[in-house]
Each structure stands twice: as C-alpha cells, then as structure tokens.
Write a protein that binds this ligand. Structure first.
Ligand code: UDP
Length: 381
C-alpha cells in the first residue's frame, strides 16, 4: 500500500513507522518546517538551551510497551516534574499536597488531620461532581479552589469553571503527604536530545519519505491508497460544518542570566496576572549546564483560523458539532483520523503513542484481510 500520513507529530510518526516496517510505502507531510508537532524542541541559538517551542512536554506513563517503544528510539534522562504556584502573594507547591495545605492555612497538620480539615471545608453535598467547579469544591473546598484553580482555569480556558467538565481537574491529584511530584506514573523522563530528535529517529526508515513545509492538497488523494489524518478533524472537511473550538497559546520569550525562577514551571493562580505560567526551559534538562536562560510567559486565548490549535475545548456546543463531523467522517472512505487534532481530544503524549500503536495494528490487520480500513480506531467521543 501507499500511505499518506498528514502530520509529522507523534501519531503520524508512530503509525508511519509501523506501516513502513510492515512493508508499506509511507509519505509523511507536515505544513510546518519541522517534525514532532507541538512537542517540537529546538536548541536556542542565543543560550544553547533546549526549548520546548510549543510549551512544556513532560513524558510520563504507566504503559510499559509505550515506555519501551520511546526508549528504543532515544535515550531518556530521569526527569520528574515539580510545579510551583504563585498566588495571593506567596509561592506554594503543586499539585495540592500536605505542604501546600499547611502553608496555605498556616498550620502544622499531619496527614489525617489535614484530610479531616479539608473534608470539613469540602462540599460533600456534591455527590457526583459534573463540572470542574463542583469537582474542585468537592475535593479541596472553596479556599484552595479560589487560590489555585479558579483564576488559572478562567485564564487557561477562557470560561467559567462551572462550564468545564470535571475531567479536566481529574488530571490533578490532591495529596495528604509531602509528595510534590506532578505525575504519579512509574515511568517519567525527558528525551536526552529533545522530542524532535526522537521523532526524527522514529521517522528514519527507508520506506518513509518525509516532506516538510508541505500542506495537504486534496489532489494528493489520488496518489495514495490510504490517508492517515492527524490534522484537525474539521480541517479535513474544510470546516464546512463550522469550526471546532480550541484554545491556543502565545509565548512571550525572554532571556536571563543564571537561574531566573529556580524551577521549570511556575503557575500563576491570580486572575489579574494575565499569563497562566512561566516556564524556564533549562530546568527541563537538569543534566545540561547553561549560563543563560530562556523563559516563556504563557498566555492562553481562543484559537482563530490561522493560529496553532492546542487544547480542544469540548463543551456542549463543540460536542454537538463533533458528532456531526464524526457522522460525516464515517461515510468517508480511505481515511483514518488519529491523534489529538484528528479525534479532538486532550491527549497526553503517552496516550497518543499508545493509540498510534493500536491504530497501526488495526490498519495492518485490516489491510492484510482486505477489509476496509477503519475511519476511527479510537472514538473521538
Ligand atoms: N489547573 C489549575 N491550576 C493550576 C494548574 C492546573 O487550575 O495551577 C487546571 C487548569 O484548568 C488546567 C488543568 O488543571 O487546564 C490541567 O492542568 P495540567 O497541568 O495538566 O495542564 P497542561 O500542562 O496540560 O496545560
């Protein structure tokens, strides 16, 4: 088969590689001038620091197969994400843990005491939290919610946490011990030479032809037996049913000497600070040494047609439009929609790779038996 992968991010690279290894001819195109999509990393010319060009990406997974997979293409260095938050004139550790609670309330509670203290504040009348706000009030009560989550979330998502699903907050735990690592996964790390080198290694196969700065043109359809589309689902259909909503990010880059903020990620919980966080990129590679430092102030806003989409919004309105696009896609032969943009979901990198491996397997087994290749292997709903 001749397969066209639209998008050279994680999905396109992993699926393309599997198909190439199975003997298919794979062309990977990307409209940008680099591979790796939004996990692209690049050495800063001025300071030599490895920069996460589209914002911080930290690899974390419990999936042994995914971990072995990425490690077979690049060396990972140990890296545990530890995030701080500045709010109401003080610095705290995130995710909310015993240190955060004791510091915030000026107490010296032990785990059980803190649990009882927070439970007394939490709104236990909310049995099954549906919205982000209900979830927060249920788990941490109003004080911590307002200090750490409300303002940040309004800035990040541009709407009230009462309109957002609880699932977004479920990404963050609340801990009654002093564990301040952001993720609990067994495998955590950073690719030694950045994500772009890792994706380049995945794409480095004699049956894969990578064409950068190449936008998809419907006329290409005729030259391939199948298309794997990791661009925006609505973009494939030229937005004819409307545009699925995304948040995009603007980064204000600045440099400094030495160590500017002392950690990789500092969140800002206050609503009146316009940015959500500042990332200091050299701290994502603690094994490297650099005199200079590169920092990004991160601002979130609604994504306009020419912006790079980051976070799918998936509110009620978008879900209705999504269902219409899925129905349309289901009648479209010859294409499989994959990844964060192709299935319009908030996906971590490890999940993206897991799904890409599964998708490749599904495509290969359908190709072998001569069945129609599936339009979706993972449902966007
Ligand atoms: N969040 C928050 N305060 C914080 C960090 C996160 O309210 O200091 C909320 C916010 O709504 C965010 C969600 O939790 O979108 C998930 O956070 P995560 O750090 O996983 O976001 P990402 O790094 O993917 O942007």
């Amino acid at each position: 088969m001749k397969v066209l992968m639209v998008g050279a991010g994680l999905s396109g690279a992993v699926i393309g590689r599997k198909m190439a290894e199975a003997g298919h001819d794979v062309t990977v195109i990307d409209s940008r001038d680099h591979v790796a999509g939004n996990c692209h990393t690049e050495r800063d010319a001025e300071t030599g620091v490895m920069v996460h060009v589209y914002g911080p990406h930290i690899f974390h997974t419990d999936d042994d197969e995914v971990w072995d997979y990425v490690n077979s293409f690049t060396r990972f260095k140990p890296y545990k994400n530890r995030v701080k938050s500045t709010t109401r004139g003080a610095v705290y550790s995130l995710p909310v843990n015993l240190h955060t609670i004791n510091q915030y309330f000026g107490k010296t509670m032990r785990p059980d005491e803190a649990r009882a203290f927070i439970e007394a504040q939490a709104d236990t009348t909310i049995e099954e939290p549906q919205t982000f706000e209900e979830q927060a009030l249920h788990f941490v009560g109003p004080d911590l919610y307002e200090a750490f989550f409300k303002g940040y979330t309004e800035k990040q998502w541009g709407c009230s946490p009462t309109e957002l699903p609880a699932s977004i907050l479920k990404r963050l735990p609340v801990r009654f011990n002093y564990d301040d690592t952001y993720f609990v996964h067994r495998h955590q790390g950073m690719p030694e030479n950045g994500y772009t080198a890792m994706v380049e290694a995945i794409l480095d196969h004699p049956r894969i032809d990578v064409q950068l700065s190449t936008a998809f043109d419907p006329a290409m359809k005729g030259s391939f037996d199948h298309i794997v589309w990791s661009g925006p689902l609505d973009g494939y259909f030229d937005y004819e049913l409307g545009r699925l909503g995304y948040r995009t990010l603007d980064f204000e880059r600045f440099t400094a000497d030495g160590d500017w903020q002392g950690c990789a990620v500092m969140n800002y919980g206050d609503r009146d600070v316009p940015y959500t966080r500042i990332t200091e990129h050299k701290h994502f590679a603690p094994w490297e040494e650099h005199e200079g430092s590169v920092l990004y102030k991160e601002f979130s806003r609604a994504c306009r047609p020419d912006d790079i989409p980051y976070y799918p919004i998936r509110l009620v309105k978008e879900k209705a439009m999504l269902a219409d696009y899925i129905a349309k896609a289901d009648t479209e032969p010859g294409v499989t929609f994959v990844g964060r943009l192709g299935t319009y979901r908030y996906l971590d990198m490890d999940v993206t790779i897991r799904e890409a491996l599964d998708t490749a397997e599904a495509l290969l087994s359908a190709a072998k038996t001569g069945e129609n290749l599936p339009v979706f292997v993972t449902s966007p709903l």
